[in-house]
Design a protein around this ligand. Structure first.
Ligand code: TXA
Ligand code: MG
Length: 348
């Protein structure tokens, strides 16, 4: 395993990582959203190793990451003008576009669907890797570098914690490139453009780039997914979850609930914007009151609190307005069973 800092010495580690990818091995790398676990998108055996490492069902599609200026027509059979507009506005950056795939894209990447997800990351280490891999002409298939259903990693250390076996010499993962903490902190916005004629643009996953920002460029507010929208694993309930149960609690309920649970000797971790009033908490993370900074800290905070091995992580509910949409989406999935968890703890 080689873990490198984003310094000048990174160049040789990046070149080695690109060679490992070309040889069909896996490489974890930083992006501006979260860390990805990459494989050569045109090598089905390599992509299969991603599923193996993550423990992820093999019918879930993975995003193909491209170097800046890559030929998207090589990957997609149809690039609608709206895709061009969005690419010009937001690439490189945290936006994934779902378009009809070119015939030669392996089923392993598309999950057997007739579409492909394309994204050009802005992180300099991701870009350097993509430019070195197949001289910038390849695509790196990469889901987030975590076990299936877990919290996404935003540092190289998180990746190492997720894959202790796989990063050993001879393991599935050839290297973990270190590019510091991911700036955005939550996964890319995913916009489906593959069914424009019938459905218009559809927001499959909210993220840092908001629906309103997309609409400003395209002139159309993206729709929410209906039952026929393409499947996205990140849209399952119980995704992005730590090992410790997570429950969302309104700001006004938080302090009374802490008091009730402490009286029952429960071990409690709390993630809140308000200051806590008790020193009986096992762990506490005070979060920023502003959505961009909150997203940046979110997954690292959840991982930290998970390490406390509490009975529950109580998360103070957030404002419901659009600026918080991506964060609320991730928290809702992490805390999908909130009410039941709180009822059980209070009943004990
Ligand atoms: O920010 C990100 O998007 C990160 C970094 C590493 O780029 N990647 C990421 O990948 O979050 P993953 O696999 O954890 O989530 C990608 C989501 C999944 O829900 C997947 O089902 C969906 O994108 N997806 C990928 N290709 C798709 C396609 N052709 N049609 C529909 N959904 C697709
Ligand atoms: Mg993921």
């Amino acid at each position: 395993m080689s873990v490198v800092a984003p310094t000048t010495s990174a160049a040789s580690a990046i070149a080695e990582a690109a060679e490992a990818l070309e040889a069909g091995r896996l490489v974890a790398f930083p992006t501006e959203t979260v860390y990805g676990l990459g494989a050569d998108a045109e090598n089905p055996a390599a992509v299969a190793r991603i599923y193996q490492a993550k423990g992820r069902p093999s019918d879930h599609p993975v995003i193909v990451h491209l170097a800046p200026g890559a030929d998207i027509h090589y990957w997609a059979s149809d690039i609608p003008p709206m895709a061009e507009q969005l690419i010009n506005a937001f690439w490189p950056g945290p936006l994934t576009l779902i378009v009809k795939r070119a015939a030669h894209i392996p089923d392993a990447v598309s999950g057997g669907q007739d579409t492909v997800g394309l994204r050009c990351p802005s992180h300099p280490v991701a870009q350097a890797l993509l430019s070195s891999f197949k001289a910038g002409k390849g695509g790196i298939a990469a889901p987030s570098a975590n076990k299936f259903g877990h919290v996404s990693p935003t540092t190289a250390q998180h990746v190492e914690e997720e894959f202790p076996q796989e990063i050993l010499p001879g393991g599935l993962i050839a290297s973990v490139l270190d590019g510091g903490q991911s700036e955005v902190g939550i996964e890319s916005t995913i916009l489906d453009l593959s069914r424009l004629a019938t459905h218009g643009p559809v927001l499959l996953r909210p993220g840092h780039i908001s629906a309103a920002q997309l609409a400003e460029v395209t002139g159309i507010m993206p729709a929410s997914p209906d039952a026929t929208a393409p499947r996205a694993s990140g849209t399952l309930d119980a995704h992005y979850a730590p090992q410790t149960p997570v429950a969302q609690v309104s700001a006004s309920e938080l302090l009374p609930l802490i008091a009730t649970l402490c009286a029952k000797n429960k071990k409690i971790a709390v993630m809140s914007m308000q200051k806590t009033v008790t020193d009986e908490l096992l762990a506490h993370r005070q979060m920023p009151a502003e959505p961009v900074a909150y997203a940046h800290d979110l997954y690292a905070a959840l991982r930290d609190l998970d390490h406390a091995h509490a009975d529950v992580i109580l998360v103070e509910s957030l404002p419901q307005d659009k600026a918080w949409q991506g964060i609320n989406d991730r928290l809702r999935r992490a805390a999908f069973d909130s009410r039941h968890i709180v009822q059980t703890l209070c009943a004990d």
